[in-house]
Design a protein around this ligand. Structure first.
Ligand SMILES: [Mg+2]
Length: 227
């Protein structure tokens, strides 16, 4: 019976905030309006100055991105996003590629991200993973409607449904920020990579593993050897 491993995307396996990179890329491609970049910068600065919580800011960012995609074809964007990550493979932390062959033997691997489904789908495809839980932009008859159907900005506890099928034993979750707490607290091995201050405090209180990306191959190897 296979076990399960959950990975957050941005700053956990990918050393950047792919949301902003992608919006910038889609502005270049003409899929997102230049004006949206200014709105996004405003939301980001309001968040950084403490005026907007993480979840409020993330929901607003998703909303603005989704709005510009209205009427565009889902498969076109997905292909473009796949290409984008292919060109940016150097941004993935080496540990993730290093651990995959061994981890795949015992664990089904899921990407858990507040990014939209075409981002998660591209990563799952790129690395041959099993699935994902993500925010979701509404698509009807293959076209984006401009609406956000589901947001993971308020936490990731909805991985419980997947976890229940596998069982908690030897389950692994890897994250970097407070939005990951909801999934980290459900598994047997919660791993925090370069955690934000808020996650670090929480991790220390609960004796979770806190490491930097350079140590992650070793840490995951040790877990797999004892599992
Ligand atoms: Mg992250």
């Amino acid at each position: 019976m296979k076990k399960v491993a959950f990975f957050d995307l941005d700053k956990t396996i990918y050393n950047a905030h792919s949301f902003f990179q992608l919006v910038e890329h889609e502005i270049e491609q003409g899929r997102v309006k230049q004006k949206t970049w200014e709105k996004i910068q405003k939301i980001l600065s309001d968040h950084e100055s403490g005026g907007l919580s993480y979840s409020m800011a993330t929901n607003m960012l998703l909303k603005n991105f989704a709005l510009d995609l209205e009427g565009q074809k889902y498969t076109n964007l997905l292909e473009d996003v796949k290409e984008f990550f292919m060109k940016n493979l150097q941004n993935f932390y080496p540990y993730f590629k290093e651990i995959l062959p061994k981890l795949k033997k015992t664990h089904d691997i899921y990407i858990i991200t507040a990014n939209a489904q075409f981002v998660a789908e591209a990563i799952v495809d790129q690395f041959g993973l099993v699935g994902f839980v993500s925010s979701e932009f509404e698509v009807e008859k293959g076209l984006f409607t401009g609406k956000v159907l589901k947001s993971l900005a308020n936490g990731k506890s909805m991985v419980l449904g997947i976890l229940t099928k596998f069982g908690k034993s030897d389950s692994i979750a890897v994250g970097d920020s407070e939005n990951d707490i909801g999934m980290l607290e459900l598994v047997e091995f919660p791993i925090c990579i370069n955690p934000s201050e808020e996650l670090k405090n929480h991790a220390n209180k609960h004796n979770w593993i806190v490491i930097d990306p350079n140590q992650a191959t070793k840490t995951l190897n040790n877990i797999l050897d004892q599992a």
